[in-house]
Design a protein. Structure first.
Length: 179
């Protein structure tokens, strides 16, 4: 299937449970590890509760759905959660059967646009170094993103809005050092 057969829409707390459960059920153990940074054979209740607790401002999400015979079927979710004024953490999951087909790009772009509309000026996210696909996606969708190691995780900082396209001397130096 192609990304053209996929629709991305904002997720709300009334439909979030179904989307979270469906996407999680279709993630392989490896995909779960890359998303949650640990082995997660089943979604713990408190984690699920946090993922479906969307208020549309400090916790918001988008879902990618395909149209099937049984109606829309979730194939990925991207979520932002406020961490500081103007900053939100971003997290993305795409079911294994739909990975490397442009769904992650659609989701990340849509949730970044949503974040900007909500007034966020930066997104942050932790990515395991072995998650090469997500690091490549972040590099291609967010060229001005900065990275640094924080323990066992690469922390990405993505400016949104006008700040995303302001290049400083520090940005140039950081880019040269990271190569």
């Amino acid at each position: 299937m192609s990304p053209a057969a996929v629709h991305v829409r904002p997720l709300d707390r009334w439909t979030a449970g179904h989307a979270v459960d469906t996407v999680f059920a279709q993630l392989s153990p490896r995909s779960r590890y890359l998303r949650f940074h640990s082995a997660v054979p089943r979604l713990p209740g408190p984690v699920r509760a946090a993922l479906v607790d969307l208020d549309g401002r400090s916790r918001a999400a988008v879902v990618a759905e395909t149209c099937g015979p049984g109606g829309p079927a979730p194939v990925g979710i991207a979520r932002i959660a406020r961490t500081d004024p103007g900053t939100a953490e971003i997290a993305v999951a795409v079911v294994d059967d739909w990975q490397r087909q442009g769904i992650g790009r659609l989701l990340v772009s849509a949730v970044a646009t949503l974040g900007e509309e909500l007034g966020y000026t930066a997104l942050r996210g932790g990515v395991l170094p072995e998650n090469v696909a997500m690091l490549g996606l972040a590099r291609s969708v967010f060229p001005p993103a900065t990275r640094h190691f924080d323990g066992d995780v690469i922390q990405l900082a993505v400016p949104l809005g006008p700040a995303a396209w302001t290049v400083t001397d520090e940005d140039v130096l950081a880019d040269l050092v990271s190569r």
